[in-house]
Design a protein around this ligand. Structure first.
Ligand code: SF4
Ligand code: SF4
Length: 210
């Protein structure tokens, strides 16, 4: 005999709804108490946002967007950006080698790259002359970042980019510092930096033994 035959499923569902209803108003009551006793506010306050984005939040709640925003989790992804490193003299170098792998794997084919060519030899230089992403076509899949062998293209958290026109971002608009990348994806950046350092160390050892 299934639960449905006795209508137990309906009762269970109503129970879940009732719990949700109770949790919603209970949370309101708790925050009223916190406001009176500790002066803590549920809305437009760091403690309120921390509570609503944490594991202890219960029931149904509102985020007063755009005045309030929930912090994005590290793995949240919106649009890709190009990472550059900056040396002590302020010289910025894009990590991108214009290998074209990201453009090849991009499902909607919204990445366009123009390689730099050495005018003297006519040979390609590992540096993009132009780099465009049609962000209106981008489906935010993150495959470009997954496949890039040089940690040059990463998925951004910035999501407020609505506009009335078509948006094709060029190299300048797409470029962001490695420091920015570390600030939005600290665990990923630390893991990749450690892997790069280990690779360089083993290369140095190999060169010594040659
Ligand atoms: S972003 Fe990465 S995958 Fe794309 S062209 Fe540059 S180096 Fe290659
Ligand atoms: S996130 Fe996906 S759709 Fe967007 S540019 Fe990268 S590969 Fe293409």
């Amino acid at each position: 005999m299934t639960e449905e035959m006795y209508g137990k499923g309906i009762v269970k569902g109503l129970g879940v709804t009732l719990k949700r209803f109770w949790d919603t108003y209970w949370d309101d009551a708790v925050w009223l108490f916190r406001r009176v006793t500790k002066g803590e506010k549920r809305y437009h306050s760091p403690e309120g946002i921390a509570h609503r984005s944490g594991k202890d939040s219960r029931g149904i709640f509102t985020i007063q967007y755009p005045e309030e925003k929930l912090p994005s989790p590290e793995e949240f992804r919106f649009l890709p950006f190009l990472v550059y490193d900056e040396d002590e003299n302020g010289v910025k170098t894009l990590r991108c080698t214009s290998c074209g792998i990201c453009a090849k794997v991009c499902p909607p084919q919204c990445i366009w790259i123009v390689r730099t060519t050495d005018p003297a030899t006519g040979r390609p230089v590992p540096d993009p002359l132009e780099f465009y992403i049609d962000v209106d076509m981008c489906m935010n899949c993150g495959l470009c970042a997954e496949y890039c062998p040089f940690d040059s293209i990463k998925m951004d958290h910035a999501y407020e980019l609505a506009s009335f026109g078509r948006q094709v971002l060029d190299k300048a608009a797409l470029s962001k510092s490695a420091t920015y990348y570390e600030s939005v994806r600290p665990l990923n950046a630390a893991r990749e930096n450690a892997a790069r350092a280990a690779k360089e160390a083993s290369r140095a050892v190999l060169q010594k033994t040659e």
